[in-house]
Design a protein. Structure first.
Length: 292
């Protein structure tokens, strides 16, 4: 078992206490960090802040190498439905920032960049995974391999997308500060992250599908607002985003919550049917630079 590491809260700097011990039966490798990994409930030790309630994994401090090496063919196979989700996020964002130079941080295989180009943005992205970045490049999308640290500090963007990224980093406020510094004076950013205090987050506890090795920080409405405030970002809109999945994808994952002898295999038609779903267990906020 991992050593339980004492560390102050990454949001408010107050003391944290152990909520759940480490549960990673098979050890860590890059597959644990795949986007489609379904080992729900398997995480490093999770600590909860005594003050703000933010939850964080204190033991995982070096995770970038796992992201650099991960491959996820299942994610590429779901490009069609995930592109629908990227387009939905952009339509929401376009109400506040309808065009301009856009950067997608953590681009994956470049779906949001591709959809943003269709909507008239001058879009590019950055992605740490060699394999994911190669998939984007194979479609002639402007996605470089790396992290936001690899974007010149002088580069400014009218729009920045941070979709399901902030929960993966050791220093979320530092990342949000970087986002702020890369925005033009009237620029805006869109941040999406799971909400651990949502209905399903509460009733499922550690079995909730967002408790995964790759997630090392767990926000709710309060702590996400605190993080943005501390980073000099003002939230101007907040919603709960929905998603698009094939029925097969959802069915297979629902079956994971049943004993093996009760699991029913998926049917062929399920892989051909895409549906929208909103479990109201994620948050999307639109932010801009706070007044200096």
């Amino acid at each position: 078992m991992e050593e339980e590491i004492a560390e102050n809260c990454r949001i408010c700097d107050n003391a944290t206490r152990l909520k759940w011990p480490t549960y990673i039966p098979d050890g860590l490798d890059s597959d644990c960090f795949a986007i489609t990994n379904a080992a729900y409930g398997q995480t490093s030790a999770i600590f909860e802040c005594n003050s703000c309630g933010f939850r964080q994994c204190n033991n995982l401090t070096e995770v970038l190498s796992f992201y650099e090496e991960l491959e996820d063919p299942g994610y590429e196979a779901g490009r069609k439905e995930r592109s629908l989700q990227a387009a939905a996020n952009l339509r929401r964002f376009a109400k506040f920032k309808p065009g301009g130079r856009l950067l997608d941080v953590g681009s994956g295989i470049g779906m949001l960049v591709e959809e943003a180009l269709k909507m008239g943005y001058e879009a590019s992205g950055v992605e740490p995974s060699k394999w994911l970045q190669q998939q984007a490049s194979s479609r002639n999308l402007s996605v470089i391999r790396g992290t936001l640290d690899d974007i010149s500090e002088t580069e400014k963007f009218d729009a920045i997308a941070l979709i399901d990224v902030v929960e993966h980093v050791l220093k979320p406020i530092d990342l949000l500060v970087q986002i702020r510094n890369h925005l033009t004076p009237d620029g805006m950013a869109m941040v999406v992250t799971p909400d651990c205090k949502s209905f399903f987050g509460r009733i499922l506890g550690r079995k909730w599908w967002h408790y995964r090795v790759a997630h090392i920080g767990y926000f709710d409405k309060k702590t996400l607002r605190m993080a943005c405030d501390n980073a000099g970002l003002e939230i101007i809109d907040q919603k709960r985003p929905g998603w698009y999945f094939t029925v097969e994808y959802l069915w297979v994952r629902i079956m994971l919550y049943f004993p093996k002898w009760l699991r029913i295999p998926s049917f062929a038609w399920m892989s051909r049917t895409v549906i929208p779903i909103n479990l109201r267990d994620s948050l999307v906020v639109i932010v801009r630079r706070s007044e200096d």
